[in-house]
Design a protein around this ligand. Sequence first.
Ligand code: C5P
Length: 450
Amino acid sequence: MTSPKNAAQRRRLICVRAGKALESRFLFNARAAARMTTLEGKRILLGITGGIAAYKAAELVRLLMKAGANVRVAMTDAACRFVTPVTMQALSGQRVWTDLWDPQVADNMGHIELSRDRDLIVVAPGSADFIAKAALGLADDLLSALTLARRCPLLVAPAMNVEMWGHPATQRNVRALRDDGVLIAGPAAGEQACGETGMGRMLEPEAIAAEVEAFFQPRLLAGKRVLVTAGPTEEPIDPVRVITNSSSGKMGFAVARAAQEAGGEVTLVSGPVALAAPAGVARVDVRTARQMFDAVKARADACDVFIAVAAVADYRVRHPAEHKIKKRAGKRLTLELEENPDILAYVARLPKRPFCVGFAAESRDLARNARAKRAEKGVPLLAANLAQEALGAEDNALTLFDERGEHPLGRGPKIEQARKLVAHIAAMLAAGDRPAGRAAAGRRARQPRS
Ligand code: C5P
C-alpha cells in the first residue's frame, strides 16, 4: 500500500485498521461463543451417593457426555444399592470407582489421583450423610476422601427426605459448605419417593446439567448490573379481559440467565409468564406496560446494561370498564386506545443511560425493520428475530445489528442464543461502544473510550 498523502487519508487508514482490529475481536468472540455451547473438553467427576434419586444420575451422565464432557464416576456403597456401577460404566465409557482400598490403585492413592485432573466434582444426589461428612471434612470412604483432597470446585445437588433437609443439622452443614465455596444446586420441592411432600427432591438431571454448563461460562459481565425486561404486558379491558402480546418470556428469561451466568448482577422485570426466575436473578413481577415502565425507571439509573426483551403492549385501553362488559348481540364494541410509554426509548435517552439493547420481533423484512428500529430507538445493539419462528419456541435464530453491521447467530436453543448475545454485549462494552445516534456522539465526546 502506498503511504497516505494527507491527514484525511491517514485518519481513514487508522479507522480502517481500528475497524479490522475490532472485526477480529468480534470474530474471536463469535468463535468463543460457539464453544461456550457445550462442555467439550471439560473433565467432570460425578459422585453418586445413596438415595432413590441415584437412578437419575444415569440420565445426568448421559446429558453431560452428550454435551461433550469426560465423566468419571465414583459411587458410595449406598449408591451401589440403588444403581449398579455397571450401568454407570456403560454410560460413561469408563471404569467406575467405588473403593477407597482398591488394591488396583497404585499406592492406594486413588482418593487423590481421581480428582487431580478434573475441572469440577459434581455430587448428585448429595445425601444428608455426604453433606455432613463434607461439612466436617471427614474422609472415611472414597467419595468423601477425594472430595476433601480435591483442588477443583465442588457442586452438590442435595436429595433427601423433607424432614432431613429441614433438620437444623443439615441446614447448618449446607451453610458450612456454602461458606467453604461449595456450589449447592437445589433441592426442589415436590412429592418424594417416601410419599411425603416438600423440599428435598433432587433437581432434574437437565437442571443439574444446566448448572454445570453455567459454572463453565466465562464471567464476561462480572461486576456489571444488568436490567432485563421479559414477557408480555397485559392491558385490562375490563376485570376479565386484556390486550396482550403472545410472548412466552422464554427469550427474556434466557437472557437474564445468561447474564447471571456471565457474572452480572441481574434484575429481571417480568410481565405475566409461567416461568421460574433463573437462580441468582432478582425478579420483579409486573402486569401492565406502565407498571413495567415504573419498575424500569426506578432501576435504570443504577444499571450498566439494559436489555429490553419484553413484548410491551404498544397501546392500552383508555377507560377500562370497572365491571365485566356484557355481550350485546348484534352490537359493535369500540375500545379507545392510547399509547403506552416506550420503555427502551426512554432509557436510551437518559442522560446517565446504561448500554441499551433492544429486541425486534418482525414478521418480514427483518434486516430493514431491525436497522430502522435500532436508529429510531437510539440503541447501540438490536437483536432481531422472526416472530413466527421465535414466539413460544425453545429455539431461536437471532441476528444482531450494531454499527458494524449484521451478525447472524445461527439457530439454537434460546439459552445458547442468549449466551452469544451476552458475549457480543461484553465485546462491545470492552470496545467502549456507546449508544448510537446524535445524543450518543455528545456522550462519546464526554466519556473517554475505555
Ligand atoms: O417498537 P417495538 O415494540 O417493535 O420495539 C421493540 C423493542 O422495544 C423491544 O426491545 C421492546 O422490549 C422495546 N419496547 C419497550 N417499550 C415499549 C415497546 C417496545 O421497551 N412500549
